[in-house]
Design a protein around this ligand. Structure first.
Ligand code: AMP
Length: 275
């Protein structure tokens, strides 16, 4: 496994006539990330994984400084997974002096996560674009865990006509249903017991949708259930069209996605479910 720490070295990885799959991460790798890597292997000759905690997607007061970093353990896991290249850029590699290749997301970046974290998706899209310019992958794999992010990256790739296929990978969960996330390790034992109820309540919403329930009323009841379960705040719980994240009405034949974000102490959990 090649470990690359400088952008200049990265430009030599892509070889004529071979294909490259890219899995961007912020490290603290868990089976969710590893499932993306396995998927990537099926789509290209070589797999590049990046680990970069992107300062541009954290606002002041968010958890950038305390975001966990476990480089040695991550490298050991990637070696075991037989990844070809790990890219560990510094901030100066991604954002050199004079960097101005910012990507600004449209309406899709302003709702849900974007409403709570206003510059978040511009930061995510900008770093993915910068990484892709350096790595030049043919395919990139993103998890449905960050469902809105997946759609935004797809939209950016289409808008810029990037020669890149975006592949989606399903959410990997703990046995009790909690979606795996690097942030879960910051949950106290008590919070960890409450956390799976986010998934269970999304499930309940999905079952209720089969009974043709009024959407607004169902959303309100689900938020109430989350608060009763012990979540301190619920940033959103929405039932939206899967492809556009526009309001979904039951008469639509289009599939829906139930998406939610809720907080336990200072840990913010997100999850979503297809309907
Ligand atoms: P992160 O390191 O949190 O930035 O995530 C890197 C990639 O892994 C993103 O595409 C995430 O959507 C994906 N990912 C994170 N957690 C999971 C999970 N539990 N299941 C599937 N993909 C995930």
């Amino acid at each position: 496994m090649q470990v690359i720490r400088q952008a200049a070295e990265m430009s030599h990885v892509k070889k004529e006539g071979t294909t490259l799959a890219f899995v961007p991460t912020m490290g603290v790798l868990h089976p969710g990330h590893l499932s993306l890597i396995e998927k990537a292997k099926h789509h290209a000759d070589q797999v590049v994984v990046s680990i970069f905690v992107n300062p541009k997607q954290f606002a002041a007061g968010e958890d950038f400084a305390i975001y966990p970093r476990t480089e040695a353990a991550d490298l050991a896991l990637l070696e075991e997974c037989k990844v070809d290249v790990v890219y560990l850029p510094t901030e100066a590699d991604i954002y050199p002096d004079g960097f101005d290749a910012y990507y600004s997301t449209g309406a899709l970046g302003q709702i849900l996560e974007g409403k709570v974290r206003p510059h978040f998706f511009d930061g995510v899209a900008t770093v993915v674009l910068a990484l892709c310019r350096q790595i030049r992958p043919d395919v990139a794999v993103f998890g449905e865990k960050d469902y809105q992010q997946l759609l935004i990256i797809r939209e950016m790739v289409a808008a810029l006509s990037l020669p890149l296929d975006i592949i989606a990978a399903p959410i990997i969960r703990e046995e009790d249903g909690l979606a795996m996330s690097s942030r879960n390790r910051r949950l106290s034992p008590q919070q960890r017991k409450i956390a799976p109820q986010l998934y269970q309540i999304l499930h309940w919403v999905r079952e209720e949708l089969q009974q043709n329930r009024d959407i607004k009323n169902l959303q309100e009841e689900a938020v109430k259930r989350l608060l009763e379960a012990g979540f301190e705040t619920v940033d959103y719980l929405e039932i939206l069209c899967s492809n556009t994240l526009k309001p979904w009405v039951s008469a639509h034949s289009e599939s829906a996605r139930i998406l939610a974000a809720a907080r336990l102490g200072d840990v913010r959990l997100i999850d979503n479910l297809e309907w």
